[in-house]
Write a protein that binds this ligand. Structure first.
Ligand code: FAD
Ligand code: SF4
Length: 397
């Protein structure tokens, strides 16, 4: 019998130490653990390997002959859904938290990696290895900041857990998949959300202060399908600000450099992805990537109302026009921004076409950013599917 080789370890970095990916680090948490040993291959910003990891996780990588694969990744099924009895205080209707709770209650997993907030700051992330439904529930709602979810990985081995669910965004999941074989697990389930334009805690403060009428009372916010940012305040009121009225010139540097170089908006390596952007307003958008993802969704089917995903309109002109506007930091007067928001909402892209609009706008912006700031990285860092998406547009030099 061959003995199982223990995985290799290296000393975790101190929180104040510069990370191997330097300014591109998204603080995914890997380097806070002894799995930093694998950082050169595992880090999404040092070694882009989406296609290889897709084959490992889903049995195949994206089919580049199929534009739906470019956009949404490997998938078996997409559907719009919402909980018939939403979880109060969740980001949307709480499908993510409900799946995690069911998996724990049914004994499918022994623990769940998720992220709560600290006692003193609702937006400061506090990753945990949850062992009770109450701990999962306390992690509901987005912490719209870079979050070191993988910093709890050492606890998994120490706890002796064999079946685990990890909830996370694309860069965290890419590093997780790269070290999956080293975690000593019998079964790993991965529940992802899309993610884009994330910020450091300081960056978030700047965003709230430049955009909201009352930054200190914001409980959560989302860039919505009606082309407005919706801020929900402590008193339950909702403030909306049109995308086209954002102070782009002041906000240009607010997004983390990692997010300006990211091409994994749709969390390609999760088994199941729960977002909103491919669904009608008020609904969540679900992408089942593989059988494990289907297994997770099945656990909450009886808590959901569903409808097929749809696609309407044509995003291309709006994307092409937004490229120079963003590049030159154009900000419209608020009345014009509101008017443009109303017109675009009436005639603009809906459902999956809205998701494509958002993916195209971010990928073209990020492609230009990488080309200008890291030209030596461009060829290897931009995955083939993203190259195809970007090549549909005319870009400035
Ligand atoms: P809930 O039941 O409220 O659970 C939320 C879960 O998210 C919790 O389990 C928590 O552990 C986890 N979480 C919270 N913050 C973070 C974080 N910073 N990093 C990792 N995990 C976290 N969807 C889109 O369709 N388009 C987008 O552009 C988009 N942008 C997003 C940007 C960010 C930064 C994040 C965190 C999510 C984004 N999403 C986006 C996903 C969407 O906002 C919802 O999170 C998702 O639909 C789940 O909603 P829910 O009510 O089911 O989640
Ligand atoms: Fe380490 Fe993650 Fe930062 Fe890469 S993104 S340097 S893996 S903490």
């Amino acid at each position: 019998m061959t003995a199982v080789q223990p995985h290799l370890k290296a000393r975790a970095l101190k929180s104040s130490s510069r990370r191997p990916a330097k300014e591109l680090c998204s603080e995914c948490g890997l380097c806070d653990t002894y799995y930093i040993h694998y950082v050169k291959t595992a880090c999404a910003f040092l070694n882009q390997q989406v296609a290889e990891l897709e084959a490992q996780a889903h049995g195949r990588s994206r089919n580049l002959e199929h534009p739906d694969d470019w956009y949404f990744g490997v998938h078996q099924q997409m559907v719009a859904a919402r909980k018939t009895d939403p979880i109060p205080g969740a980001q949307w209707t709480g499908i993510v938290s409900s799946i995690a709770i069911q998996m724990l209650n049914r004994g499918q997993v022994e623990g769940v990696v998720c992220v709560q907030n600290t006692d003193t700051d609702r937006f400061q992330p506090q990753p945990i290895l949850a062992r009770t439904p109450e701990e999962i529930l306390a992690a509901r709602v987005n912490k719209p900041t870079l979050s070191p979810n993988l910093s709890v990985l050492e606890q998994i081995e120490q706890s002796g857990m064999k079946r685990l669910l990890v909830i996370g965004v694309g860069c965290q999941i890419q590093a997780l998949r790269a070290v999956e074989q080293q975690l000593g697990l019998e079964k790993l389930y991965v529940l992802g959300t899309p993610c884009v334009d994330n910020v450091t805690r300081a960056g978030l403060q700047k965003f709230l202060e430049t955009t909201s009428r009352s930054p200190e009372t914001v409980v959560h916010y989302e860039f919505m399908q009606d082309f407005r940012v919706h801020f929900k305040h402590e008193d339950g009121s909702v403030e909306t600000v049109p995308f086209f009225g954002l102070k782009t010139n002041q906000l240009k540097d607010v997004f983390a450099p990692s997010c300006m170089t990211c091409f994994d908006y749709v969390n390609s390596l999760a088994d199941l992805v729960v977002g909103y952007m491919g669904a009608p307003f008020g609904w969540q958008w679900i992408v089942v990537r593989n059988q494990r993802g289907q297994e997770m969704l099945d656990l909450v089917q009886d808590q959901l109302e569903t409808q097929p995903v749809v696609s309407q309109g044509d995003r291309r002109q709006a994307v092409q026009q937004s490229i120079p506007a963003y590049d030159q930091g154009v900000t419209l007067p608020m009345w014009a921004a509101r008017l443009m928001g109303v017109v675009i909402e009436k005639i603009g892209p809906k459902g999956l076409e809205y998701a494509r609009f958002s993916i195209d706008s971010h990928f073209t912006r990020n492609y230009l950013y990488v080309k200008r700031h890291y030209p030596e990285k461009l060829a290897a860092h931009v995955p083939d599917y993203a190259q195809r998406i970007v090549s549909q547009y005319k870009l400035p030099e």
